[in-house]
Every structure is written in structure tokens, then in C-alpha cells.
Design a protein around this ligand. Structure first.
Ligand code: CDP
Ligand code: CDP
Length: 204
């Protein structure tokens, strides 16, 4: 196994970051961290009345597996706490330690290639049109039995993208050296194949 090798995967909501990250991690035998879950866990704590900064500062592994964090309500709460610089600062060390672990790591989020791991060996910015992304997220939530409509999910995705891209601390944007992967017209298998094509030549 490689000593330390970081793959940073960023992009907007429901672009396929998590799916590609999981598959890439499985393919290369790397560990995977979905950093969105950290913000979602803080967001959920605030929905329960907690202060966002102290929630971020005291976040534990248990907070990450307390029920379903992948709801539309928690996604919105996550993007609201994610604009707070002290919340982001509290989560940096954990993410960087994960990125440096022996054996290789894949991290997906919004600011991995730009702020958390600016020297990552590989950076991908996974994207797709808002309509395609909203349809994918709608199908996912609908399959889980959540009561959502297509237009609600599209509005949610657009609102979150705007908040994520326009915040002043660690806004979502492709790193200058990121490879852009537009999955609007790609199957999961095709997107994964493209990601592997980018990563393989860089491996030690
Ligand atoms: O992690 P992120 O929010 O970027 O997206 P995801 O949860 O990996 O993917 C959202 C949904 O799109 C999942 O249900 C995937 O199966 C689906 N999808 C995809 O990820 N990539 C494609 N090329 C096509 C569909
Ligand atoms: O899966 P999806 O792309 O819909 O969302 P997520 O990756 O779970 O992230 C939820 C929210 O957390 C995002 O809308 C961002 O506001 C925030 N986030 C962030 O600011 N920085 C990260 N590295 C990851 C997520």
C-alpha cells in the first residue's frame, strides 16, 4: 500500500461525488471520508437547538451515525452552518489527519482541493447540470420514502449551490489544478472509468 496519497473530490450537490469516491476508494483500496457528513451532523445538532460552533468543536464519531443525515432538511441546515468560519475551522484537523493516513485516502466535499488538501495528488471537480443533479437527488429521496417534489428538490439544490459558492470562507470552486468531470451525460460506470483514467497515471 502507498504511504500517503490523497484524492480530493469536490463539486455541487448530488453531482455524484459520493458515488465516485466510494467506487474509487474500493477500486484502489483507499479509505473514504464524505466530509459533507461532518457539516450535516453539525446541521442536525443545530436543528435540535445546539450552537453550531460548539457542536462542531465537540463533534464525535457517534454524531455521524445517529440515524439518516441525508435528508433535505439536514442538507439545508448543513449549508447554513458551513458559512460560519469557526465551524469550518473546527473540522479542519480531523479532515487533514484523515487525508494523510497510510494507505491512501479519498475525501469528497466542497473545499478539499482548495483548502483542506491543496497539495492532494489528484483533484477532481465532479459536476452536472442543476436539472440532472436535482433529478438524481429526487429519485434518491423518493426511493427512501421522503415526501419531496421535483421542483422542491431543484429549488433546494440551487439555493444550497448558491450559498456554497458565494460564502467568503472556503467557497465551493474548482481548484486551479482540478480535472473537471461533468457527469450530466455519463452513467455511473462511465464517470468512474473516467475518474480511474485520471488517477491511475498519478499513482506511485
Ligand atoms: O455525493 P453527491 O451528493 O455529489 O452525489 P451522490 O450521492 O454520489 O449521487 C447522487 C445520485 O446520482 C445517486 O443516486 C447516484 O446513483 C446518481 N448518479 C451518479 O452518481 N452518477 C451518475 N453518473 C449518474 C447517477
Ligand atoms: O451530498 P450533497 O452534495 O448534497 O451534500 P453534502 O456533500 O453532504 O454537503 C452538505 C453541505 O455541507 C453542503 O451543501 C455544504 O454547504 C457543506 N459542505 C461544505 O461546506 N464543505 C464540505 N467540504 C462538505 C460539505
Amino acid at each position: 500500500a502507498v504511504a500517503s496519497f490523497t484524492i480530493a473530490i469536490d463539486g455541487p450537490a448530488a453531482a455524484g461525488k459520493g458515488t465516485i469516491s466510494n467506487a474509487v476508494a474500493a477500486h484502489f483500496g483507499f479509505a473514504h471520508l464524505d466530509t459533507g457528513l461532518l457539516y450535516r451532523a453539525v446541521g442536525r445538532r443545530t436543528l435540535e437547538g445546539a450552537d453550531p460552533v460548539s457542536a462542531a468543536q465537540t463533534l464525535t464519531a457517534e454524531d455521524l451515525d445517529q440515524g439518516d443525515l441525508r435528508t433535505a432538511e439536514i442538507a439545508q441546515a448543513a449549508s447554513k452552518v458551513a458559512v460560519i468560519p469557526e465551524v469550518r475551522a473546527a473540522l479542519v484537523d480531523f479532515q487533514r489527519a484523515f487525508a494523510r493516513r497510510a494507505g491512501g485516502a479519498v475525501l469528497d466535499g466542497r473545499d478539499i482541493g482548495t483548502v483542506i488538501c491543496p497539495r492532494a495528488e489528484v483533484k477532481l471537480f465532479v459536476t452536472a447540470s442543476a436539472e440532472v443533479r436535482a433529478e438524481r437527488r429526487f429519485l434518491e429521496l423518493d426511493a427512501k420514502g421522503h415526501e419531496v417534489t421535483r421542483s422542491q428538490v431543484l429549488a433546494d439544490v440551487r439555493e444550497r449551490d448558491a450559498r456554497d459558492a458565494e460564502r467568503s470562507t472556503a467557497p465551493m470552486k474548482p481548484a486551479e489544478d482540478a480535472v473537471i468531470l461533468d457527469t450530466s451525460d455519463l452513467s455511473i460506470d462511465a464517470a468512474l472509468a473516467r475518474a480511474i483514467e485520471v488517477i491511475e497515471p498519478v499513482l506511485p
